[in-house]
Ligand binder design. Sequence first.
Ligand code: BES
Ligand code: ZN
Length: 592
Amino acid sequence: MHRPDPHSYYDAGQPKARRLRLKLGVDFAAKRIDGEVVLEFGGTKAGPLDLDTKGLEIHTVQVPEHGPVTWSLGDVDPILGQRLRIDLPQDAQEVIISYRTGAEAMALQWLDPEQTEGKVAPYLFSQCQQIHARSMVPCQDTPIARIAYHAEVNVPEGLTAVMSAGPAGDEALPGDRHLFRFTMPQPIPSYLLALAVGRLEARDLSPRARVWAEPETVEAAAWEFAGVEDMILKAEGLFGPYPWDRYDMLVLPPSFPYGGMENPRMTFLTPTLLAGDRSLVDVVAHELAHSWTGNLVTNASMEHFWLNEGFTVWAERRILRTLHGDDAAALGWAMGQKALEDSLARFKDEPHLTILRMHLEGIDPDDAFSSIPYEKGARLVAALEKEVGEDRFHRFIRQYMDAFRFTSITTEQWCAFVDETLPRALEAVNARAYLDQPGLPETAPQFHSAQLDALAALADSWATGGRPTDAQIAAWKPAELQVYLQKLPRQLSQADCAWLDEHFQLMGRGNHEILVEWLTLAAAADYEPAFPRIREVLLRVGRMKYLRPLYGALGQHARTRALAREIFAAASPGYHGLSRRVVQSVLEAYSA
Ligand code: BES
Ligand code: ZN
């Protein structure tokens, strides 16, 4: 037995599925998917086949020509779920499993009409990263076992299905149902399987990019992301030709637990990016960059997650730099520095979660999630770039993409490749300190600009009475205001809060990075005028990046703790299961 991924029952000694054929019947009344999956092999030897499942009801397992075969479900592991062991006969080309998703499938969020913008139709979306694909489809749920797929999705007439794949036709079915077909010819890791069903409309942004959203938000989304083709061109300059044909985006309802998810051919995005001023499109640059770093060259397991996210953050800031200049990129690095420091503080008693090459046996990858693989990882990449120079590093990136395209690799494979292509560079930047030691190495690159230093100095002078001038207040771009707020002392007085709100009109901000940074400061100051806005945001938005700091800041005063508990009681039925878990853990830490 050889199990290369601590988060999967996948056994590398067993046959590996090359392609999945899915039939998914979406049942909004029961909040279940009735599924049939065909796993295609290139012929197998007789023996066991171990698949991942979580909460699935398995109905039948068959092999064409052989009929039903024996199978068994193992014990429930709270992290991995249940192993489905199938006894394969000699020369099975395919295995057909019919099943139904469980009531608590973590990959799926079923929304009632009231939780959508239009409030007239239900909505379903999936989120499979890290290890939730197994709650939607029985499969070899590890990035090592890449799969192509074909899918047929049966939904109520009037709703549209989209997937992380190319559309392959649709047709009306009897009984007021509609069938959508999809095909993903390239092999992808299972965490990139994705589905959404709802009342959806699309707007073209370029010949190869369009945005999908509910009709009520599609115009705003098309305006906000109008610059996407420019970003694709910049990303191609870094990485080479875009490898996935189309780049489409879906703007989800506000309970979507992440900012964005790089599902191939269909990036999923939170509607909190619709700031009305294009100030949050760096998230699109990030998800787009994953088309190469993550989707084309993939981490072999979540222990190597930094390979996906560290490279992608680096690429995101490179794209930002070419589009908006050095100052904008420096502000991006400063925001990252803040996120990194917050995560290092959160894991101060769990230093093993602050190294890049993680060891996650027995650890739920969702619990290990933080900004560390993103920001510490990006700093390692930037350090290498600085060491060898931009031109040489540019060539290295192209070679890296070529060498590993459509494969999933470990940190060790990456190190071996760097050693070969950029001899001695790893030693020169002390890569071991990033990969195997906690915290951030003192030699990590620092990102400065005159603008950034001025913002930091002004924020530092807050306690001694330093305040931005009216001219600064009028001139700052959203990113400058965000960095300024992030650098202010965490414990402000109520008078400080009143000053800030009066001068920056913070309560009405559409940019959620600014709004939530402000509300976090206000919560920590027990500033009552902000409570209604805090309630509104926490009832509407399920993005974990915002829930954690906001609920956390509410923990500092008896009155705000009571407010947090009351809001959570009302909001929690509308939260995604992942978001609910995060907030529960934050609230539990209150009493400790
Ligand atoms: N792949 C991640 C989202 C993710 C990570 C989902 C881990 C599940 C488990 C995505 O690319 C991402 O990093 N999103 C960020 C955007 C950002 C760093 C610009 C987010 O959601 O905030
Ligand atoms: Zn990412």
